[in-house]
Design a protein around this ligand. Structure first.
Ligand SMILES: NC(=O)c1ccc[n+]([C@@H]2O[C@H](COP(=O)([O-])OP(=O)(O)OC[C@H]3O[C@@H](n4cnc5c(N)ncnc54)[C@H](OP(=O)(O)O)[C@@H]3O)[C@@H](O)[C@H]2O)c1
Length: 344
């Protein structure tokens, strides 16, 4: 099955994804999947397209050329998908990895719509579309018989949405609670050891773990976007990150974390949601946890999510190691899901 890939956004995640596709080539081939990168578009660099496939010298030359000025990403997606209609591929997939906009989810939502309109499936690591417009986009995808998948939006490549969708038929999720932001968890752990807030944050930025705009992490926006995404998909909430009750961390959190430790408790930034539909309530807040709570034992970049389900009860999934490669893997897993659905 030859699948044409159109990359919308080509930053840390997009680049690691292309590498990982190469590293996973044999495994994908064994499943009969042959992905070919045919196009890339970014905000500053404009687009490059070749229906016969882009090799790495072509991509490098494109990256080195001067910026062409403003290019409409939505138009580029439409044009590229038009040209792919006559190309020898079984399917086109748009890979959306642009920057998160936590106020509206745009322009990523428009990118997803343009892709579906053009007949492509969409896989995304961006939280915006699922956090702001999950129901509408899922309906649009269903209408045109395509997939809209976003496993990388929460806990990188650790299966959350796949876990529930593929392995928990007829299960009802009543709620969730989790530590889902690596930067703040790492900083809380460092501050418990007495490290200053600004020093811990600078370290996260230097290691490329904090978001480009670190206020998205420390003010709780990233966790709120993940809570909204989880609530939309698992609790049918039709909410947005703006509706999530939100708390972040600051310099004053360090002494509070130390004091909690002294009392044998652990301070964590917990994202949670409970209830269903319009009655669902989501929040991100600092909570003091008992030391044997599965969320309390996470240090460094660890993330974990507990699902409260019927009839399985509480199910916990833990991510011990974070990082770019895991997010890139989520996009590989989504691609395989698209291929499996085509076969089915
Ligand atoms: N990094 C991680 O570990 C991680 C983990 C989970 C999820 N995510 C999510 O994955 C997405 C990508 O993350 P990243 O680390 O790869 O970000 P990044 O390095 O900042 O790259 C973002 C890319 O999006 C492009 N872009 C932004 N606006 C665009 C537009 N309107 N049209 C076309 N391209 C546009 C940028 O192009 P220019 O450079 O030309 O502006 C850049 O190529 C984000 O939504 C992030 O929240 C990241």
């Amino acid at each position: 099955m030859r699948i044409a890939l159109l990359l919308v956004g080509y930053g840390n995640v997009g680049r690691r994804y292309v590498e990982l596709l190469g590293e996973s080539q044999a495994a994908l081939a064994a499943m009969g999947i042959a992905p070919v990168v045919v196009g890339i578009v970014t905000r500053r660099q404009g687009g490059i397209f070749d229906a016969s496939g882009l090799d790495s010298p072509a991509i490098t030359a494109w990256l080195e050329r001067p910026s062409p000025g403003h290019v409409s990403t939505v138009e580029f997606i439409g044009d590229a998908l038009d040209r792919l209609r006559v190309a020898p591929f079984d399917r086109s997939v748009v890979v959306e990895t642009t920057t998160l906009d936590v106020a509206s989810g745009e322009p990523a939502i428009s990118h997803v719509r343009a892709a579906l309109r053009g007949g492509a499936d969409v896989i995304s690591a961006n939280k915006g579309p699922v956090a702001f417009a999950w129901r509408a986009l899922a309906d649009e995808a269903a209408r045109v018989g395509r997939s809209f998948l976003f496993e990388g939006a929460v806990m990188d490549g650790i299966p959350i949405f796949n876990l529930v969708r593929e392995t928990m038929p007829a299960v009802v999720v009543h709620g969730f609670r989790g530590v889902v932001n690596s930067t703040t968890n790492f900083m809380l752990t460092a501050m418990e050891r007495g490290e200053r807030f600004d020093v811990a944050l600078a370290r996260m930025q230097a290691e490329g773990i904090a978001e480009a705009d670190p206020s998205l992490d420390v003010d709780g926006w990233d966790a709120a976007a993940k809570a909204a995404a989880l609530a939309n998909v698992l609790l049918d909430a039709e909410t947005t990150p703006v509706a999530v009750e939100r708390e972040g961390i600051g310099p004053e959190t360090g002494p509070r974390a130390l004091e909690a430790r002294r009392r044998g408790r652990v301070l964590k930034l917990v994202a949670s949601g409970a209830g269903r539909g319009a009655g669902a309530r989501m929040r991100v807040r600092l909570e003091e946890l008992a030391p044997d709570d599965p969320l309390a034992v996470l240090d460094g970049q660890g993330n974990a999510l507990e699902l409260d389900t019927w009839p399985l009860g509480r199910v916990v999934i833990t991510q011990r190691d974070g990082g770019l490669e895991k997010t890139a893997y989520a996009l590989v897993a989504d691609l395989v899901t698209v291929a499996r659905r085509m076969r089915a």
